[in-house]
Design a protein around this ligand. Structure first.
Ligand code: HEC
Length: 181
């Protein structure tokens, strides 16, 4: 079982490496792993890679309501529409943004600048996004754009002196908390 899992992950990685080397011939191959949404949006190689990255690097865990609880079994039509689950800590309470709305008015060049320099409050792993290659960040952008705008904005950030309504995770941290950014 583990062996199978590793093989199929290795196959996906090889596939995405192949896309990188030969973008002109890649169109036929990734269609096999792209969802109908991704295929419909054109540039299937980049859109499918964006879907793969969003699926595997954890964006949905926070930015899609109920995703982790449903073991990832959520229709892509609902992906990345933000979440009402608060993350409460010394920084206040943050909510994973509705990325479909956030990117609605952003063009690709703006996204590439913005995502390369993004600094947020916790729990967003902004360092991970900044560390991604421009091609991976472009792929994520193309995929999110292929989904189109949808859903409602996530709740607004609350400062530390405000108690959030349920649901929220309360993070009890050691004396030196995650650095405020
Ligand atoms: C552990 C939870 C978590 C994960 C995983 C996560 N995010 Fe976030 N994200 C957040 C939270 C919470 C915020 C809001 C931070 C704030 O209020 O300062 C946020 C904010 C953002 C923002 C800034 C939005 C704005 O309003 O300008 C972007 C862009 C973003 N996330 C993209 C991503 C992408 C892409 C991934 C996957 C690679 C990802 N996030 C993974 C929790 C997460």
């Amino acid at each position: 079982m583990n062996h199978l899992l590793v093989s199929s992950l290795a196959a996906s990685l090889l596939l995405s490496a192949a896309c990188q080397r030969a973008p002109d011939t890649a169109a036929a191959a990734p269609a096999a792993v792209a969802s109908p949404t991704a295929r419909a949006a054109g540039a299937p190689d980049l859109v499918a890679r964006g879907e793969y990255l969003v699926r595997t690097t954890g964006c949905n865990d926070c930015h899609t309501a109920g995703y982790a609880q449903a073991q990832g079994n959520i229709d892509p039509a609902q992906w990345l529409t933000g979440s009402p689950m608060g993350f409460k800590g010394p920084w206040g309470t943050t909510y994973a943004t509705n990325l479909r709305l956030r990117l609605a008015d952003m063009d690709e060049a703006q996204w590439l600048d913005y995502s390369a320099t993004l600094r947020t409050r916790p729990l967003m792993p902004d360092f991970a996004l900044r560390a991604m290659s421009p091609d991976d960040r472009r792929a994520i952008y193309r995929f999110i754009k292929s989904l189109g705008p949808g859903g409602e904005p996530a709740p607004a950030y609350l400062p530390p002196d405000r108690k959030p309504p349920a649901p929220y995770y309360e993070l009890v941290l050691p004396a030196a908390p995650i650095a405020q950014r």
